[in-house]
Design a protein around this ligand. Sequence first.
Ligand SMILES: [Mg+2]
Length: 246
Amino acid sequence: MKNFFSSRREIARRLSGGKPVVFLDYDGTLARIRRSPEKAVPSRKAREAVGRLARNGVQVVLVTGRTTGFLEKKFPETKVVAEHGAGWPMSRITRAAGKLLEGISEKFPGSFVEWKKSCACLHYRNVEPAASKKLEKLADSVLEPLEEKRLVKVQRGKRVFEVMDFGAGDKGGAVRDVVKKAGAGAVPVVFGDDSTDEAAFTEARRWGGVAVLVGNHSGRSAAEFFVKGVGETIKALEFLNKSIRR
Ligand SMILES: [Mg+2]
């Protein structure tokens, strides 16, 4: 994987003449991950960088696992795709799977289940490491049979299991929809830090765009470039803003 900043020329070339559309994940990409999500408020720098891009005529889309409402207020100039673009209320079978996750979370202090419109999320960021391994084993043993029967879809993010309907939309679909709507010459630029962003990376590359992994880049990823963390995401946005100044 290539360092974003060492590849500035290549990236600028890829965007030149096109209509860049910037897709940003939120937690771990635009704001540091905190023990409790409500503490992960965007920095002034992050809000300014996004605002400048938008004022420069670049469409900015936040694609997040969060529920709708929180980010719209912080970033009024962007389009927000909530819940990874999953798109519809969960089915009864997904709800039942979420109930099973609640049973698991009762056994592991510090974990909890968050109910969103489209998915049930078992968070275990605050469970100690040894117990986390046990929790993962237990959750996999419950969820894998349901996945195999194509009854639910499971996304395994950073210290979270997200269960949604089989066939629910993902971040890749969200990128595709926006790029198609943006019309000829649209070039997606995607930033994300987690496995749930991989579908968006793949989609960005399919459109000749730029896929940027934020943070640890030692594992497998469809991203072509990396930045080292949230601070560098913001620097990268500033570079993009300069290179696509209209
Ligand atoms: Mg993230």
